[in-house]
Design a protein around this ligand. Structure first.
Ligand SMILES: Nc1ncnc2c1ncn2[C@@H]1O[C@H](COP(=O)(O)OP(=O)(O)O)[C@@H](O)[C@H]1O
Ligand SMILES: [Mg+2]
Length: 262
């Protein structure tokens, strides 16, 4: 069985950082094959994981659609188009599998840019099934999402076992996290557990006013992550975050949270 962990939250709160540290934890604890899905066109999860990216799913979709269009407009000639006898579904399956970035400890699929304004429903339906078929071969799938929640169900048909909602340590952040948590019941995918993670907490105890707001949410607080400078050093140089020391407070905090829920 595949366990899917999805990371959500508003922009800049630390979703990609949490996803990277979760992947590091899963890899280190040798729990089985891991697939990372970068579902945020602007997150560059591959850099954080130290993997090269060849093609995104969005590029594969656009390329296939333009090939199909070419073959239709090429006046019956067998120019462009998909190879003879290959269905769109087979083509997408082959291309997405070839686009997989393979690391030593984990693999990565990047979704790339979202659907354009045209209706690509059939293609996207095929793509969802293709990606879910690939994901089935992994023990763990970690999805780094775009800000907000509405994209999650367009990307996958699979159940999410653990939704990690990341917030900054502010009242406004907690309100936004609560709103995201509320969305989870409106999606057409099943989310089994949802948790709140507060990131970048300044040293010391959680301020009582913040604690009160957290207690009022209907998602439990899984843990807090301290504000640290070692992560900033990595970001300055662009070194992959997964290469951070195991004793880094950010890694330690996230490892302890996953230990609790897995
Ligand atoms: N605990 C932390 N301490 C210090 N900086 C952090 C921490 N968590 C995240 N950051 C920094 O905040 C920025 C946004 O983090 P990121 O994970 O990219 O957010 P998101 O994916 O939600 O947009 C990054 O520059 C990251 O290095
Ligand atoms: Mg991100």
């Amino acid at each position: 069985m595949t366990t899917t962990i999805a990371v959500a939250g508003k922009g800049g709160v630390g979703k990609t950082t949490v996803a990277a540290m979760a992947i590091k934890y899963l890899a280190k604890s040798g729990r089985g094959a891991i697939l990372a899905i970068d579902a945020d066109p602007s997150s560059n999860l591959n850099m954080v994981l130290g993997l090269d990216l060849t093609w995104t799913v969005g590029e594969i979709r656009e390329d296939m659609l333009s090939k199909v269009k070419e073959s239709i407009t090429a006046a019956g000639a067998a120019m462009g188009g998909l190879p003879d006898g290959v269905s769109k579904r087979e083509y997408l399956d082959y291309e997405v599998r070839s686009s997989l970035s393979e690391g030593i400890d984990f693999d990565l699929i990047a979704m790339g840019r979202g659907e354009g304004p045209g209706c690509y429903c059939a293609v996207n339906h095929n793509l969802r099934e293709v990606i879910d078929g690939i994901a089935d071969h992994y023990r763990y799938v970690v999805v780094d999402n775009e800000a907000g929640m509405e994209h999650l169900s367009r990307r996958t048909t699979r159940d999410v076992q653990h939704l990690l909602i990341v917030s900054d340590p502010t009242q406004r952040g907690i309100v936004a996290a609560g709103r995201i948590a509320g969305f989870r019941n409106e999606l057409d995918i099943n989310i089994e557990n949802a948790y709140l993670i507060i990131n970048r907490l300044p040293a010391g105890e959680m301020p009582p006013a913040l604690r009160k707001a957290v207690d009022a949410l209907d998602v439990p607080l899984l843990g807090t992550i301290p504000e640290t400078h070692d992560i900033t050093e990595f970001e300055f140089s662009g070194r992959p975050l997964v290469a951070m020391n195991d004793d880094s407070p950010v890694y330690q905090a996230i490892a302890a949270m996953l230990e609790k829920i897995l």
